[in-house]
Each structure stands twice: as structure tokens, then as C-alpha cells.
Write a protein that binds this ligand. Structure first.
Ligand code: ATP
Ligand code: MG
Length: 456
């Protein structure tokens, strides 16, 4: 259990009094705020509650970035929020939240969150706030003041509140100054905050690349030493986080920085050794995969986690196949089937990739063998395979990152399939997936299923 903090002792970077920045001294305008979010804010306000936009959306608006989602913090308790909105659902066990639904869009409304401590008067609260012996928060459902709410946020730039009452911004930790200076600072002691929630290490990297900010030394320095704490995080939550890292336009930068901070190795233990040989094909393929993903997104093309995971795990698949063929003389097709199950099974221990992505990933792998063998009638039927396009793109990726010896063979194969498509246009991919707009967060819960879309 964590020790009670003396109430006079504010966490590092928290201001004794918040800065209140009036409307005429900041650029955040209501026309940049999504209509549903404004509706929620006004209704809470008109019912007599405090209501703020909070966190990443205020940060992004200040930076001139279109926010991914709008989050609301309020003095109203979840049940009180529910009474105000017909289209409201209460979700979450770890911390109860209200989701207000506007068609496909969801506005998340959280009641100000308080401290948890061992002190007498908090005995009640303690029943609801638990931490394990590594200092990781398991459950906390204690409401508090806006000041306390701000102290529980991760980075100073994420502790900004936009007040619907007078359109001012309340800055509890000099977040506006840090935005201006482009530096990412933790609220409180970074090491303690990483122990409470190791995902904050991934968030630090993600915000550094997304917002072009530099991590303050106090944020960066403890990461390598604490990277292994990611092993305590549920694999489903790490899947959500890995989508945010690798399907939002900054995949290559995140890959490089995560590797540097020993975090990538935690997410993909099977790729650890490849990182040590950047000149070789497996590393080249990783880099190229991330670069291609970013390039596709920049062009407005869709991407699919199935292709991404197929590419990332291709070399571990090859290694396992070789082992199996050597040990038991299995033919390649059978060896691939078993190796695929093994490699995906190992990956699942850190990142729980849903079946709707592992199944097509395996198809992309199997198609590599079929592309190598197809003759006559088979050629035409492969061209019509719903995963042909992804498999062909993957073949090009293999060719581009192969050793000179392999490259010749793969290039010829790629040219063959390029020619075949000139005669017969490929069928469109049927069920590939664009990354979701809104995904799981603190508790790793998901708000919306990734929507389906087409083409890889
Ligand atoms: P983005 O939406 O670009 O991923 P964000 O900062 O909005 O970034 P969310 O996951 O949407 O990230 O979370 C909203 C806010 O909730 C954050 O800005 C932060 O204040 C708080 N928050 C989220 N996750 C954590 C965490 N693990 N620890 C502390 N605070 C968190
Ligand atoms: Mg957000």
C-alpha cells in the first residue's frame, strides 16, 4: 500500500494555485470543439455542475492539432450525469465513467478523481483503491476535487482544463509553458508514476513523437530501468497501445525511440535480437514496414493491423519454420502452420492481437508460399483471393529488404505477379481494417470497435 502523502506536500510540478488563462489570452475557440462535446458541457453547466474539457483535447487545441476525442471532467457523479442524458451508459469497474453517445461519437465524462491514501479519514476510500506490491494501481474509484484530479494526470501538458463557464483554461502544472517550450514533464515523481502505471512510459514516447516534444531528463532517464514493468500490463491493453503507437502516422519514429528505450523489446520479445543487427534483412523489414505504414496514412490510404503484425513477425516465423523442418523434416506448408501458431502464441503473451487480425495475418503468410508455387489455373484463382493484394504488397516488401542473393529470386517473382495483374485486375480486399478513432485508455477498455474499411 502506498503511504499517505502530507496534504501540504504537492507533487512535483503541481502549482500551489492553478493559472487561470482568460478567453482573450488563449486561442481555444468553441468552433474547434465538436458539437456533441459542447452539448455535454453546456448541459452539465446548466444543471449547476462544474464542467471542463480536459486532457489531450485541450493540449491538442492549444497546439493547433485536431483532437482525436474530447473528454469531459465534471463535479457531477456518474449517476447524476446519467440523469441528465438519455443517451448515457455507465462503464468501467476500475473507475466509473459515463459515456454519452451521439451516433458513432462518444463523449466520455469522468467525475473529478480524488487521492487514495492510508489515512484514517480515507478508510472508506481505501476500500475502493487498491495497489499491488509493485506499486501498480489496480482499482480506484474515489471522487475528489479538480485539484486532485489534475494531480493524477500523467504529464503537465495533459493537466489542462477548459472551463465552459467562462471559456478560461485552468493550468494546474504549468502545462501551457511546457507546450510553448516543447517539453514533456511528469506530474510527480516519474519513477513512482511509471510504477503505478507502466503504460505511461509508452505514452511518454508517443507524445514526444506526436507532439514533437522532448522528454525532460526526469521523464526519460528512468525508462530503460523500468521497461520490464510492461510485463505486468494486460496484453489486451498493450494491443490498444500498440495500435496508437504504430497506426497513427508516427510508427517509424516510435519504433526507433521505443527500441532505444528498451520498450519495443518488451512489446515484441521475439524481435529483440534483430534490433542488434540493423544492417540485416529482419531489421530492414521492420523499419520499412513502419515507414510504409506512415507513408500510406500520409496519403490517406487505409492500413490494417493484420498486415502490420504479419510483417513484424515474419522473421520469427522463418526462424521457427527452419527449426521445425530441421528437427522433424516437416514439409514447408506444415512447418508454416505450426510455426505460425507458435509465433503468434508467443506474441500473445505481451500483445493480445485479436483473431480478426491474426487470421488474415496467417493468410498473408500462407499466400507467400502459394505465390511461389502457383502455375496455370492456380494463378488466376490466386489473383482473385481476397488477401491477394496484401500478400503481393508483402512480397514486394520482402524483395525490397532481402539479401542480394535472395533479392534476385524475389524480384523475379514479384515481376511475375505484377505482370499477371496487368491481365486481370485484382479483387478488392474484403475485410481489412482501418484503425479505430477511439480506443481503450486508462483501464484498457475500449469505447468503440475499430470500424471496417477496405484495401491494404
Ligand atoms: P491522445 O488522445 O492523443 O492519445 P490523450 O492525452 O488525450 O492523448 P487519452 O488516453 O485520451 O490521451 O487520455 C485523456 C487524458 O486522461 C490524458 O490527457 C491524461 O490527462 C489522462 N490520462 C490518460 N491515461 C493516463 C494514465 N495512464 N495516467 C494518468 N493520466 C492519464
Ligand atoms: Mg484523448
Amino acid at each position: 500500500m502506498r503511504q499517505a502523502e502530507p496534504s501540504s506536500d504537492l507533487p512535483r510540478n503541481i502549482l500551489a494555485k492553478p493559472l487561470v488563462i482568460p478567453r482573450d489570452q488563449h486561442p481555444v475557440s468553441r468552433k474547434d470543439i465538436a458539437e456533441p462535446a459542447l452539448k455535454v458541457l453546456y448541459r452539465l453547466h446548466n444543471a449547476g455542475y462544474e464542467a471542463f474539457l480536459v486532457g489531450g483535447c485541450v493540449r491538442d487545441l492549444l497546439l493547433g492539432i485536431q483532437p482525436k476525442d474530447f473528454d469531459v471532467a465534471t463535479s457531477a457523479k456518474p449517476e447524476e450525469v446519467q440523469k441528465l442524458f438519455r443517451n448515457c451508459r455507465l462503464v468501467g469497474r476500475r473507475f466509473r465513467l459515463a459515456h454519452i453517445m451521439f451516433g458513432r461519437e462518444i463523449i466520455e465524462v469522468a467525475t473529478f478523481r480524488g487521492h487514495h491514501s492510508d489515512s484514517e479519514e480515507n478508510a472508506q476510500a481505501q476500500k475502493h483503491a487498491k495497489s499491488d506490491n509493485e506499486g501498480m494501481l489496480l482499482r480506484d474509484n474515489v471522487y475528489g476535487s479538480i485539484e486532485e484530479d489534475a494531480q493524477r494526470r500523467d504529464f503537465t501538458v495533459n493537466a489542462l482544463y477548459y472551463n465552459i463557464a467562462d471559456f478560461s483554461i485552468h493550468d494546474f502544472a504549468n502545462g501551457v509553458r511546457d507546450i510553448e517550450n516543447g517539453v514533456l514533464r511528469m506530474i510527480g515523481d516519474a519513477e513512482t508514476r511509471y510504477r503505478e502505471d507502466p503504460v505511461r512510459m509508452l505514452r511518454a514516447i508517443r507524445f514526444a513523437t506526436k507532439l514533437s516534444m522532448r522528454m525532460d531528463a526526469s521523464v526519460a532517464d528512468p525508462i530503460r530501468q523500468h521497461a520490464a514493468l510492461l510485463q505486468n500490463i494486460p496484453a489486451a491493453r498493450l494491443f490498444e497501445e500498440s495500435l496508437k503507437l504504430f497506426t497513427a502516422g508516427k510508427a517509424l519514429a516510435n519504433f526507433e525511440m521505443l527500441s532505444d528505450y528498451h520498450l519495443f523489446q518488451q512489446l515484441f520479445p521475439q524481435l529483440k535480437n534483430y534490433l542488434k543487427a540493423p544492417e540485416e534483412s529482419p531489421y530492414q523489414m521492420l523499419r520499412q514496414t513502419f515507414a510504409d505504414t506512415d507513408a500510406r496514412l500520409a496519403k490517406g490510404l487505409s492500413i490494417t493491423p493484420a498486415y502490420l503484425f504479419a510483417a513484424l513477425l515474419w522473421w520469427p516465423l522463418q526462424a521457427r519454420m527452419e527449426e521445425l523442418m530441421f528437427e522433424s523434416g516437416l514439409p514447408p506448408v506444415d512447418a508454416m502452420n505450426i510455426a505460425a501458431a507458435d509465433v503468434i502464441g508467443r506474441q500473445m503473451q505481451s500483445i493480445a492481437v485479436p483473431k480478426r487480425f491474426t487470421i488474415p495475418a496467417r493468410e498473408i503468410w500462407q499466400l507467400q508460399q502459394r505465390l511461389e508455387r502457383a502455375k496455370g489455373k492456380r494463378v488466376k484463382s490466386l489473383l482473385g483471393h481476397p488477401r491477394f493484394r496484401a500478400a503481393y504488397d508483402f512480397l514486394l516488401l520482402r524483395a525490397a529488404t532481402a539479401t542480394p542473393l535472395e533479392q534476385k529470386k524475389l524480384n523475379e517473382l514479384a515481376q511475375f505477379w505484377t505482370k499477371q495483374q496487368e491481365h486481370t485486375p485484382a479483387a478488392p480486399a474484403s475485410d481489412e481494417v482501418r484503425p479505430a478513432k477511439r480506443r481503450g485508455r486508462r483501464g484498457g477498455r475500449r469505447r468503440k470497435k475499430p470500424g471496417s474499411s477496405s484495401s491494404s
